[in-house]
Structures are given as C-alpha cells and as structure tokens.
Ligand binder design. Sequence first.
Ligand SMILES: NC(=O)c1ccc[n+]([C@@H]2O[C@H](COP(=O)([O-])OP(=O)(O)OC[C@H]3O[C@@H](n4cnc5c(N)ncnc54)[C@H](OP(=O)(O)O)[C@@H]3O)[C@@H](O)[C@H]2O)c1
Length: 317
Amino acid sequence: MRAFIYRRYGPPQRLRMAEVDTPSPNAEEVLVKVLAAAVNAADWHMLRGKPLFSRATLGLLRPKHQILGVDVAGRVEAVGSGVSRFQPGDEVYANLLDHGSGGFAEYVAVPVGVLSSKPASLSFEEAAAVPMAAVTALQGLRRHGELQPAQRVLINGASGGVGSFAVQLAKAYGTEVTAVTSTGNLELARSLGADQVVDYTTTDFARGRGRYDLILDTVGNRSVPDLRRALAEGGKAAVTGFTSVARLLAVSLRGGKDVVQVQARVTSEDLELLTELIEAGKVRPRIDRRYRFTEIPAAIAYLEQGRARGKVVARVA
Ligand SMILES: NC(=O)c1ccc[n+]([C@@H]2O[C@H](COP(=O)([O-])OP(=O)(O)OC[C@H]3O[C@@H](n4cnc5c(N)ncnc54)[C@H](OP(=O)(O)O)[C@@H]3O)[C@@H](O)[C@H]2O)c1
C-alpha cells in the first residue's frame, strides 16, 4: 500500500510517499481502507519530535512509528478473529493517537476500542474531522470541566479544530457560550452558535467583567492566574493546548482542581455519543480546507501556522 513515512524528525517536507506492507489486523483489530484522514496538531508535534521531552515516548533519536495520522474514516476491509461488532464493508471512523498512529496510509489496523460506525449523515472527510478534536472538546468540557446546563462557558480559540466543536457541544448541553477569536473569526464563532464573542485583538477576556463557570482554553496561551481571574466562584478551567513548555508546566504545577490540563483519550463510547449528537443535528464538523492524499505534507504545514478555521482534512481514496 502507499503511505507517507518519516524516518527522522523534522518539517513536513520530511514526509515521503512510499510503498509499505499493508498491516494485518490482530484478533482485536479491524483493517480499515482509509478513505479520508484529518490533520491534527498531534501530527506536527510528532513529525517534529517536539516538545523535546515527547521523544521519551516517540523515540529518542528517531521516530518509533513511521506513519503519522491519528484520525481516519473509511471502510472495513477485514476483521480480526475476535471481532464481532464490525464486518467488511462497514463505514467507520476512528482515532489512533494511543495506538501508534498510521492513518496517512491506504490501510490501517485499528483496535475496536477506538473505532465506531461512521455517522451516516457525514461524508468520509467530515467524519475523519471528528475524533481527535471533538473528543478533546467533549472530555475537556464534560469530564474535566464538569459541564452543566445554564452555565456560562468561555471557549478560548473557538475557531480552531477543538474550539469549533467545543462551541457546538457547549450549546448542545444548554450552556451560554462566549467565544474568543481574532476579528476575522468572530462571525464564524457566531455561526457555530456562540451567544457572545470576544475579539482577542482588542479585548482581554481575563481583564473584563465577565466571570465564567467553565473555561475551555484550546490555545494554552494564558497564565494560571489569568484563567483563575476569569472564573466564577467554584468555576473550572480545562486547558487542551499550550503555546510553550513553560505554559504547559505552569498548568501542571500551579493548576489544581480548578485549572486542569486535558489529556484526551478517545474511546468508541465517546465516538458513539458524538455520532448521536451529529445525527441529532446538534454538532457538525466545520471543514476549513480539503487536501488530496498526496498533499498531506502541505496540509500539515498549513495547520502548523495555527490559523485553521475548523478542521483540515485529506481525501485518501
Ligand atoms: N490535550 C489533548 O488531548 C489535545 C487533543 C487535541 C488537541 N490538543 C491541543 O489543543 C490545541 C488546539 O488544537 P486545535 O486542533 O484546535 O488547533 P488549531 O485548529 O490549529 O487551532 C487554530 C486556532 O487557534 C486560534 N488561535 C490562535 N491564537 C489564538 C489566541 N491568541 N486566542 C484565541 N485563539 C487563537 C486560531 O484563531 P485565530 O486565527 O482567530 O487566531 C485558530 O482558529 C493544540 O495545541 C493541540 O495540540 C490537545
């Protein structure tokens, strides 16, 4: 099969299209013919081997896993001997972050625990856009942030991959949503359902009068004291991203029960819940750019600029 591989850490140009063996699924895996893949920040972090400490798990000198790509949608080609939930031909979507990636390829072996039936109303490209970003938003809001109806919720970075799902999910759970974006993305945030918008180029949400029961910070550019200042009494902040290692460490060291770092772990249960919300018309992926399979390095380079408006996807077949 064809796959993008990388043997050394570096920029997107390091990726090379190569002919490699098609994986064989083990007993608890499904072989998926990949029809679409999404690009995530995790891909460019793993491609560059950054932050450096991540190489302790990615591979100290060179990457252990040579095929990137965590989000896929496609068709089941074959199933392992212990798999009864799926059959060849089923349309599925999955996330491979905790299973060695491998999605930027024509086929990938996926453990059933991170696989779910694809929402019927979505194209393969739209479905591939969902797992990493939407589950991160969901877990950040519900598990870490303890989302409740009627809360005042602020989403920092509301126009990006995680943020565009977070605004819709927070609305689906009956909260009042304030979205923080740059000027050019205010209208996008409103179209996703935000009740109020804050332009970060002119207004600092942490210095304003607003107090929030829950902040989902997808950017990770704010200090812990800034986040605390914007929280209402008893409020919580869940931080998914980070703009520097110092910011990441600060949340771990100076955070606490009220300010927590999100470590999303995608499960098929989360994907099934998202499928329900999507089929109920409450959530829909917002696609920014669509690339061809051969253009995946360009898709990663675009995402790395940090200006995506929703999700960046590639059609694989
Ligand atoms: N912890 C986890 O499990 C997990 C999982 C997934 C992702 N993440 C992390 O979460 C972060 C967000 O991921 P993503 O997929 O949403 O990234 P993304 O799609 O690349 O986010 C880009 C968005 O960030 C916005 N942005 C940039 N600077 C901003 C600022 N100062 N204030 C507000 N918005 C700003 C941009 O909007 P403008 O153009 O308007 O500035 C753009 O819409 C990344 O750091 C990623 O590594 C973590």
